[in-house]
Design a protein around this ligand. Structure first.
Ligand SMILES: Cc1ncc(COP(=O)(O)O)c(C=O)c1O
Length: 455
């Protein structure tokens, strides 16, 4: 699949515009440039976390304040934030309820390795939203996935994990695996220092391919399938009708546990895709947004799984089980989850967010269709994104459809006009604080980019 139809947009045009936008990025941000120069002295690549270099531009934009659905940088420039910390701030930046709860709890104590009153409330709310009856906390979705994989191996006595090609579930070693052209499992491009070759730990299958899943599980060595109900990390790839029901049937038939990671697909609704689509996972993982920006994550399990785990978690050696951590479930994180889930990401919030995502997608579609470009736009609840190719059906097609130069240009063009997109794709995520004016600004800026590309 070619990313851009030959002749539709000249490469030279993309390169010229990129050079112009790179210059503009630097000219607009002297204060960020000065901070970047200083930070480069003692921080690896000038940033506290390597992904921060993935945002567009010659240096990172240093933010000053973030509130609701926008932030202001140290040069005083305001941005509509459609990245929202790649979902960590989906409930909105600087939520008053979260700030208040954090301040209150911080003054009462943060880490004691003892539960507070908020803990039971959080368990009840997670059950009410997502349906699974038994819960545990983690600091990040990565941690939650790691813990769940351990439980799955322990319960089944099987060593391997099955994941979808081009999935992402955090820095989980078993999930950093892709298929090569021969269908063999290989380390994911970019993964640093894999502990072992991932073919020793992982079977990889294409999303939307039930036959492949059935064949992979027939080996009898897979403990669990770890998957998003729609791929969101190689762009949005939606499940075919009946696919998820098929996954459930096949996993049950092979005695394989099903782990649904809803860290991103919470964008479908307050109970994630699991509630909206009636899924029946054995384990459920959620991270990022539930803490309103504070590190917090959770994993839920069925009553049957909890009963089977009972014998494993009460032992004296639980602290060396590979599950949990010193700061996990600390009072501050739990207070943040309570404040977030009681004041945001509710039915009413989604009733505001999802139509805005639809309007954003309509604006994008109108612009590329008017220009005669064979692009497409995809929506998953409160999340939408555009592609420079037809809709992919699996991770491999999605990866083949990426046009890195055009991606970069669209991101730079947007950020130079006050819009931050999620850096990993051309994706916009909506919070309860976005407005129609934010959508209109994006439509105007996107339309201008399409005109510049096709003029
Ligand atoms: C589906 C999914 N699971 C897990 C994670 C890991 O989240 P974290 O980086 O907060 O551990 C991500 C991060 O993007 C994700 O998209």
């Amino acid at each position: 699949m070619s990313a851009v139809q030959p002749g539709t947009i000249e490469r030279k045009r993309i390169h010229d515009l990129l050079a112009e936008e790179e210059r503009r990025f630097v000219d607009l941000r002297p204060a960020s440039a000065a901070r970047a120069e200083r930070a480069a002295v003692h921080l690896l690549d000038g940033v506290p976390m390597p992904w921060m270099t993935r945002l567009p531009g010659a240096f990172p934009i240093f933010f000053d304040t973030a509130s609701g659905a926008s932030f202001t940088d140290v040069d005083g420039r305001r941005y509509v934030d459609f990245c929202l910390g790649d979902t960590g701030a989906m409930a909105g930046h600087a939520l008053e309820q979260v700030a208040e709860a954090l301040g209150r709890q911080a003054r009462r104590g943060i880490t004691t390795m003892l539960p507070t009153d908020d803990a039971a409330w959080v368990g009840e709310e997670l059950h009410r939203r997502f349906g699974l009856p038994v819960w545990q906390m983690a600091m990040t979705a990565t941690d939650a996935n790691r813990f769940v994989l351990r439980f799955c191996r322990q319960l089944t006595g099987r060593a391997k994990v099955a994941v979808m090609d081009w999935c992402y579930h955090g820095t989980v070693d078993e999930a950093f695996a892709t298929l090569d052209a021969n269908g063999d499992v290989q380390p994911r491009v970019g993964s640093l220092g894999p502990p072992v070759h991932p073919s020793a730990t992982t079977r990889v299958v294409q999303f939307n391919d039930l036959g492949q899943l059935d064949a992979a599980l027939a080996h009898g060595d897979v403990a669990c399938v770890l998957m998003e109900p729609a791929l969101t990390n190689i762009g949005i790839v939606l499940p075919d009708d009946g696919y998820l029901a098929g996954v459930r049937e096949i996993t049950r038939r092979h005695g394989v546990l099903l782990v649904i990671d809803e860290t991103h697909t919470i964008c479908v609704g307050p109970g994630g895709a699991t509630r909206a689509w009636g899924l029946e996972p054995d384990f459920f993982v959620i991270g990022k947004t539930i803490g309103g920006g504070m590190p917090a994550a959770a994993y839920g399990m069925t009553a049957a799984i909890a009963a089977r785990l009972g014998g494993h978690t009460g032992a004296d050696s639980i602290d060396t089980s590979g599950v949990g951590g010193t700061l996990t479930g600390n009072a501050l994180a739990i207070a943040a989850v309570r404040a977030t889930l009681s004041s945001a990401l509710r039915e009413d919030d989604f009733a505001h967010m999802i139509p805005l995502a639809t309007a954003w997608a309509d604006g994008v579609r109108g612009a590329y269709e008017s220009a005669g470009l064979p692009w497409h736009v995809q929506q998953l609840g409160a999340r939408a994104e555009y592609w420079f190719c037809p809709p992919p059906r699996n991770g491999a097609e999605a990866a083949a459809g990426v046009d890195a130069e055009l991606d970069l240009l669209m991101h730079l063009w947007a950020v130079n006009r006050g819009i931050l997109l999620t850096p990993f794709h051309n994706m916009a995520l909506f919070s309860p604080h976005h407005t129609q004016a934010d959508v209109d600004l994006h439509t105007e800026v996107f339309t201008a980019a399409v005109r510049a590309l096709t003029a």
